[in-house]
Design a protein around this ligand. Structure first.
Ligand code: XLS
Ligand code: NI
Ligand code: NI
Length: 437
């Protein structure tokens, strides 16, 4: 145990009446909701990057939260201390999972081989700590965006050597994720996009990205990795135009490159907002297309145009999202990973805990509301009612291969069909949701 968190005690469930800022008021891990415990439903994960690497720098100012593990003179000793603190925090919170990029956990070396060795050394330490604490790995990923070699992309870089370097880095990140029994492997297209069309061959770039992802899937099968491969959509930032704009765009890409049955999506709340969607829209599309995988839980500022990665704190919004997650059957390999970071004035170690405790309670409370919406059932039955006309034989016949525009047109004429508008009753539905949140 490190002394980073001082004498803070493990956070436990104390119920809605508790005023202890470091207690759960709704997250009661063993409480059963719709046949599963809250812990099994929510599958919380702490992310390494924002939690242990974010030091508060912004374009106008220096680090506000220097950490004791930032040790430029002995970066590997720093990485080991960081791992120590990380596992202390997972235990204090009682989260079942964590997630990381290769470059979050260990310093980059002079060569790729040295960087890989550093990553392997720290993941060996993780393996011991995971054994000790029972914490699992929700997902691993490779950072293919921070180093300047990736400024024009990784697999979409015009330079084939960057494609090769990226493949080698991903291979190592997949190896360690596999070694740690990761539940998923994530690819967020960090700089897979472009700044100006004038210098960009989009056909080549998409073909290269498609081949790269196929290489990843082939390797997954070769090593027997049983987790899911996930793409994380985002519409912009860092590049002006990111190729993996949103869930539907990613699906089109997967289809084109023959991967729609191999790859799913990791949906981030803030990225949905940046794409001009709601979070629940992205979940519903992923359910519809059969590619729902996992969630990066956070919230985005609605006025800013960038990715603010704040901790979730809006129960009514999260409840509707949770409703659609449950509707799709809930998480399998996925989970609720807090891709959320502190504001730069939140400089106390305890702030890291407040952020996560609040985020977890928001999700737990949302889960309870969403479960009530499902159990009570009137929302679903109203929707079924709205489409009930399609249950008839004549309606279904229009969708069969025997139907044609002529046969449908003939029936309309014969029967004198003249559709009358039916109210969509949006306000009624909205009120129905508010009964539960
Ligand atoms: C950045 C992304 C990133 C991914 C992992 O916007 O959210 O943090 O989750 O590479
Ligand atoms: Ni993310
Ligand atoms: Ni983000």
């Amino acid at each position: 145990m490190s002394d980073f968190f001082g004498d803070i005690k493990p956070v436990i469930y104390e119920g809605p009446e508790s005023s202890n800022p470091l207690a759960y008021r709704y997250y009661d891990p063993k409480r059963v909701v719709m046949g599963k415990t809250m812990e099994e439903h929510l599958r919380f994960a702490v992310c390494y990057w924002h939690t242990f690497c974010w030091d508060g720098v912004d374009p106008f100012g220096q680090s506000t939260m220097p950490r004791p593990w930032d040790k430029p003179a002995d970066a590997m000793a720093g990485a080991r201390l960081k791992a120590e603190v990380a596992f202390d925090m997972f235990s204090l919170l009682g989260v079942p999972y964590f997630s990381f990029h290769d470059r979050d956990i260990a310093p980059e070396g002079a060569t790729l081989a040295e960087s890989n060795r550093n990553v392997q050394e720290i993941t060996d330490l993780f393996a011991e700590k995971m054994q000790e604490t029972g914490v699992g790995l929700l997902w691993g990923t490779a950072n293919l965006f921070s180093n300047k070699r990736f400024m024009a992309g990784a697999s979409t870089n015009p330079d084939p050597d960057v494609f090769a370097y990226s493949a080698a880095q991903v291979k190592n990140a997949m190896d360690v994720t596999h070694k740690l029994n990761g539940q998923n492997y994530v690819l967020w297209g960090g700089r897979e996009g472009y700044e100006t069309l004038l210098n960009t061959d989009t056909k080549r770039e998409l073909d290269h990205m498609g081949r790269f992802l196929n290489l990843v899937v082939e390797y997954k099968h070769k090593i027997g990795f049983e987790g899911a491969i996930l793409i994380e959509p985002k519409p912009q930032e860092p590049t002006k135009h990111q190729y993996d704009f949103d869930v539907s765009t990613v699906y089109g890409f997967l289809k084109k490159y023959g991967l729609e049955n191999e790859v799913k999506v990791n949906i981030e709340v803030g990225h949905a907002v940046l794409a001009g969607h709601s979070f629940e829209h992205e979940i519903a599309m992923a359910n519809t297309l059969g590619i729902f995988g996992s969630i990066d839980g956070n919230r985005n500022d609605y006025q800013s145009g960038w990715d603010t990665d704040q901790f979730p704190n809006n129960v009514p919004e999260m409840a509707v999202a949770m409703y659609y997650i449950l509707q799709g059957g809930g998480f399998t390999t996925g989970g609720m990973n807090f891709d959320s970071k502190l504001r730069r004035q939140s400089t106390d170690p305890a702030d890291l805990l407040y952020g996560h405790v609040g985020g977890m309670d928001t999700c737990a409370r949302a889960l309870l509301a969403a479960a009530k919406m499902h159990e009570e059932g009137s929302l679903q039955s109203q929707v079924n009612q709205r489409y009930a006309g399609w249950d008839s034989e004549v309606a279904q016949a229009m969708l069969s291969e025997d139907a044609s525009l002529e046969s449908i047109a003939a029936r309309v004429e014969r029967e004198g069909i003249d559709p009358q508008p039916q109210s969509g009753r949006q306000e009624y539905y909205e009120n129905l949701v508010n009964r539960f949140v």
